[in-house]
Design a protein around this ligand. Structure first.
Ligand SMILES: Nc1nc2c(ncn2[C@@H]2O[C@H](COP(=O)(O)OP(=O)(O)OP(=O)(O)O)[C@@H](O)[C@H]2O)c(=O)[nH]1
Ligand SMILES: [Zn+2]
Length: 202
């Protein structure tokens, strides 16, 4: 029995096999001893499948497309978007880790910049995947580096992992900070320190 109507599967633009995901959620509910046919849970498998399609939409998005918008602004100093809200999913436990990303770069010699919103979109492309925080941080930095060829890139992510709060070691409120620097921020300690103080200064 298909749990999701065929046309809904076809209409799903995220390429996620929602019928398969819904069947898996139903199995999970049975595995933990629930009754997936009771009224409160009847629509849960398809609902979770749709939510997963959204949560993991980044798997089907191309960072190069996101960064295709560029302007000639002749700006050759730091551009930094701070406190970009970020929700991702820890690939070990499939529970959220969330917090803020700070993304900055110093444009290439030709002064080309991208749209500010594109930095936030880039964060989402990598956050909406099964992730570990370190890899997500590096991927954001590398995508900027490869597509804009800037003189430097700095990415800092501060996040709380629910797998460390709601279960396991149970330390809610702890924050994990990761950074990735490229170009001048990697080569020059003073430039890096200056950017870091702007990123983390409140
Ligand atoms: N480095 C890193 N570790 C992560 C991240 N998200 C979750 N983890 C860790 O992944 C590890 C998985 O450890 P395992 O021992 O395989 O799993 P577990 O028995 O559920 O571990 P506990 O969480 O300690 O209960 C845990 O230490 C998590 O804290 C992340 O983004 N980066
Ligand atoms: Zn985890």
């Amino acid at each position: 029995m298909s749990l999701v109507p065929e046309d809904e599967v076809r209409a799903d633009p995220s390429h996620v096999d929602t019928a398969r995901a819904a069947a898996a959620v139903r199995e999970l509910l049975l595995a933990v001893g629930e009754d997936p046919d009771r009224p409160g849970l009847r629509d849960t498998p398809t609902r979770v499948a749709r939510a997963y399609a959204e949560t993991f939409a980044g798997l089907w998005q191309d960072p190069a497309e996101v960064l295709a918008t560029v302007f000639d602004e002749d700006h050759d100093e730091l551009v930094l978007v701070k406190d970009i809200p970020m929700y991702s999913t820890c690939e070990h436990h499939l529970v959220p880790f969330h917090g803020a990303a700070h993304v900055g770069y110093i444009p290439a010699e030709d002064g080309r910049v991208t749209g500010l919103s594109k930095l936030a979109r880039l964060v989402d492309v990598y956050a909406r995947r099964p992730q570990v925080q370190e890899r997500m941080t590096r991927q954001i930095a590398d995508a900027l580096d490869e597509n804009l060829k800037p003189r430097g890139v700095i990415v800092v992510v501060e996040a709380e992992h629910l797998c460390m709060g709601m279960r396991g070691i149970r330390k809610p409120g702890s924050t994990t900070v990761t950074s990735a620097v490229r170009g001048i921020f990697r080569d020059n300690a003073a430039t890096r320190a200056e950017a870091m103080s702007l990123v983390l200064g409140r």
